[in-house]
Ligand binder design. Structure first.
Ligand code: NAD
Length: 296
């Protein structure tokens, strides 16, 4: 049935996710520090709040979709400082450190409410089309409670294990995505420098062993995948800032678990370098452009 759902963080992802909850018939209670982001949801029928503690008290579920650890931490502090409605179920879908997930879960359950991690994959198109993959960390019972709500925004809702395991899956996946995007960029650039036509080479990869999401659906070379950010000067899509953040989180959890990630660590440095060149707001497939321009 129709639920009261709070949504905090109405950006590239959250704006579409909240809209899909409205389309599914839920009552939305929203907050973002950006007024245009709030106005957009208000026009679709959501109630806009100025205090997230009030938003949370009026909600059966609260979903947070915020940029990073510090902002998520501060937002939960503000939302729960003066007590919680024990029936409110908090779901964080941002990409953050699994350690922070565990500490938030302890803090919120100590106040009597529930909290789980449910980060997503599928990008802005997945958010828009409600085809996201949700990686849920929590108990089986909690997973079963949130599943119907998440299904309004995604098509695959997977229970990954205990608190933080959704983030563990997300960080490992995104580390691999960064490595494969750099790999596709390197290979496309090499093939083109050797004289191959990019479309011919992409066709070869995509019916060969090099095939992956970055080569097939998000090719970094302009003119290869019509819908990819490469065709609009790497605008929109998944930013270099965000992939760099995710690689930093992956490095942190790899260090704390004594896990070798030689390629992930290198990918992190490459993306940090792109960021320092002022390309943080460009789509992460811009790594191809960077290789193309490297002609020493
Ligand atoms: P975004 O920057 O577009 O949106 C973040 C929103 O949070 C903005 O509207 C901003 O105004 C708002 N915000 C910032 N501080 C706030 C605060 N204190 N209170 C309320 N609102 C605040 O980012 P996004 O692309 O929507 O990503 C959100 C999260 O989802 C990130 O953790 C990201 O890593 C993750 N993610 C992004 C993608 C993607 O393809 N963009 C895919 C999967 C996961």
């Amino acid at each position: 049935g129709s639920k009261n759902i709070g949504f905090v963080g109405l950006g590239n992802m959250g704006g579409h996710m909240a809209s899909n909850l409205i389309k599914a018939g839920h009552k939305l209670h929203v907050f973002d520090i950006s007024k245009p982001a709030c106005d957009n949801l208000k026009a679709k029928g959501a109630t806009v709040y100025t205090k997230t503690s009030e938003l949370a008290k009026n909600s059966d579920f609260v979903i947070t979709m915020l940029p990073n650890n510090d902002i998520v931490d501060a937002s939960y502090e503000e939302m729960t400082a003066d007590g919680v409605n024990k029936n409110t179920f908090f779901i964080d879908s941002s990409t953050i450190d699994p350690t922070l997930v565990k500490s938030l879960q302890k803090r919120i359950s100590a106040k009597g409410a529930r909290f789980i991690d449910a980060p997503v994959s599928g990008g802005v198109p997945g958010a828009e089309q409600a085809t996201l993959t949700f990686m849920v960390g929590g108990t089986e019972a909690e997973y079963n409670t949130v599943k119907a709500v998440l299904e309004c925004m995604g098509k695959r809702i997977t229970h990954c294990g205990d608190y933080g395991m959704g983030q563990a899956a997300k960080l490992a996946n995104n580390m691999m995505l960064a490595i494969s995007m750099i790999g596709v960029s390197e290979a496309m650039n090499l093939a083109m420098r050797l004289g191959l036509n990019p479309n011919t080479f992409a066709e070869i990869i995509n019916s060969s062993t090099g095939r992956c999401w970055a080569s097939e659906l998000y090719n970094p070379v302009p003119g290869v995948t019509p819908t990819a950010p490469a065709n609009r000067d790497y605008a929109g899509g998944f930013s270099t800032d965000l992939i760099t953040k995710d690689l930093g989180l992956a490095s942190g959890v790899a260090t704390s678990s004594n896990t070798p990630i030689p390629m992930g660590a290198l990918a992190h440095q490459i993306y940090r370098n792109l960021k320092s060149k002022g390309l943080g707001n460009k789509d992460f497939s811009i790594v191809y452009d960077y290789m193309k321009n490297d002609k020493n």
